[in-house]
Design a binder for this molecule. Structure first.
Ligand code: AMP
Ligand code: MG
Length: 309
């Protein structure tokens, strides 16, 4: 009972209100930014025969409905690619909840939640250069909006939100790894004073391999400065049947669940596209200057948490 009491008492902290006001402003800024650029907003899908296989192992999150096993959404990647085939859906976005039952190895992580939300977008015919430019403008716009409308809340949180006048630098994994070793992302984030991009990551099959360059990828992450780490992952996408099969086989994936998706690809119906997903709680954590991600959500879903509600 005491736990329950202290949980409800924690709700009364003035930072809780400041974060809530900033959260609303951030979501408003992100959504209007894309709506003003003719994007269509989709509502999230929560269960499907397929979801993002991810680049790391998590416990399966599945439910049974009658005779079917359905996976809870780890990301909307395939539904974004399929949605782009719909009439009038050349540019889409979703405020999308994701479930990822992370392994206890990362229970001390200050930036992982078991459920979180992505601001997830995709552009039919988009290129990585276009997507990176859009991401940079969207992030700068969102920070400007927070600075303009939430000065009192930033003051309450003791956060001085920097203004970034210059372009976000772009590095590749190869150059950073050669310079800093395997821990390059953390080291770069710690010493950076502006957000920056890192391109060319070897990961899920759906990120497009650079045509004619095996083992090189047209993908990009945005990284927060001040040690806040990864903000967004995005890429151009694989859309050709033969190449998708090649990439899935390279990763020894079980193709069975992907039958219908592969059939769409086999019929040549997938479009080339580029997009990305910005972690909303990670963005709030950075804006609010909170080191622990649980401090930007009312209901703690951090990996090590024994949450009550
Ligand atoms: P991913 O495509 O897996 O990189 O996910 C997209 C973005 O969502 C990442 O860049 C992070 O900002 C955010 N994200 C991923 N996993 C988590 C998690 N477990 N908890 C909170 N945010 C996450
Ligand atoms: Mg990522």
């Amino acid at each position: 009972m005491e736990d329950v009491q202290s949980q409800i008492a924690a709700f009364d902290h003035p930072d809780v209100e400041a974060v809530a006001i900033i959260r609303g402003r951030v979501l408003h800024a992100l959504q209007t930014f894309l709506l003003d650029r003719d994007f269509r907003q989709l509502l999230p899908i929560l269960m499907s025969p397929i979801t993002d296989p991810l680049n790391h192992a998590v416990y399966p999150a599945e439910i049974q409905y009658q005779q079917r096993r359905l996976k809870l959404t780890a990301s909307m990647i395939f539904h974004k690619q399929l949605a782009l085939t719909a009439r009038g859906h050349e540019r889409i976005f979703i405020v999308a909840p994701n479930i990822r039952l992370e392994k206890p190895e990362i229970k001390d992580s200050q930036r992982h939640l078991l459920e979180f939300s992505q601001f997830d977008f995709e552009i039919r015919g988009g290129t990585m250069q276009q997507a990176m430019q859009l991401i940079e403008q969207m992030v700068k716009h969102t920070l400007d909006e927070v600075r303009e409308h939430c000065a009192a809340q930033l003051a309450q949180l003791g956060r001085e939100l920097p203004r970034y006048e210059t372009a976000f630098p772009v590095y590749s994994t190869n150059e950073l790894q050669a310079e800093l070793g395997d821990d390059f992302e953390r080291l770069m984030s710690e010493k950076a004073h502006t957000p920056f991009f890192i391109t060319n990551h070897r990961r899920e099959f759906y990120d497009r391999e650079t045509p004619g360059q095996r083992g090189h990828y047209n993908n990009y992450d945005l990284i927060w400065p001040e040690g806040y780490g990864e903000a967004l992952s995005g890429a151009e996408r694989e859309y050709e049947h033969g190449q998708i099969l090649y990439r899935m086989n390279e990763l020894d994936m079980d193709l069975t669940p992907f039958g219908n998706f592969l059939e769409v690809a086999r019929q040549g119906l997938l479009h080339p596209s580029a997009g990305g997903g910005l972690g909303i709680e990670r963005l709030l954590r950075f804006i609010c200057g909170k080191r622990h991600i649980r401090d930007v959500a009312l209901f703690d879903r951090s990996v090590g948490s024994d949450f009550l509600f």
